[in-house]
Design a protein. Structure first.
Length: 169
């Protein structure tokens, strides 16, 4: 999905969600993930980290229940418009929770040395299966290469802009 498409989707959700604050919109061909910012739980006086975490969890749960119907309506409209499922999450302070999200199978062909990496992760108890190990590896690479991936995404924006300036079929 191009960055132009992401901006179109983000703008559309911004119009649909009204007074909700959108923290992040991520999308691919299978799923649109919308994370809403719901702010910190209000607490009086000094509180421990455990109390703050419990208050955030309660705020996240309450927001989920209160907004379920509206989120379902928006998701149905988005699925009709964009042709893929919508997943929701929230951020409260430094806590991020996804309510619904998809795990899409991705087929790949791996050579012996690559399978050995996955099998080692499984044998060491880092992962439950080769599939889980592969997802773990992808997350690790994404985390460690964030600056490079961000630069690559910026380059794709430029490619998309240049492509739009070209001749129309």
């Amino acid at each position: 999905m191009s960055t132009t498409d992401i901006q179109t989707i983000t703008d559309w959700f911004g119009r649909q969600t009204g007074d909700w604050t959108i923290d992040e919109v991520t999308a691919d061909a299978d799923e649109i993930l919308v994370v809403l910012e719901i702010g910190e739980a209000e607490l009086a006086g000094e509180v421990s980290d455990d109390e703050r975490a419990a208050a955030r969890k309660a705020r996240v749960s309450a927001f989920r229940e209160e907004t379920r119907g509206r989120r379902m309506e928006i998701a149905a409209a988005a699925q009709s418009r964009f042709g893929c499922k919508v997943s929701w999450g929230v951020r409260s302070g430094d806590t991020r929770m996804l309510y619904t999200h998809m795990a899409i199978p991705a087929m790949t062909r791996l050579r012996v040395s690559e399978r050995r990496v996955l099998d080692t992760l499984v044998e060491a108890g880092v992962a439950r299966s080769r599939s889980h190990a592969l997802a773990w590896c992808v997350r690790l690479v994404g985390k460690n290469l964030d600056p490079w991936l961000a630069e690559l995404r910026e380059a794709l924006v430029k490619v998309d802009e240049v492509r739009q300036q070209g001749p129309v079929d």
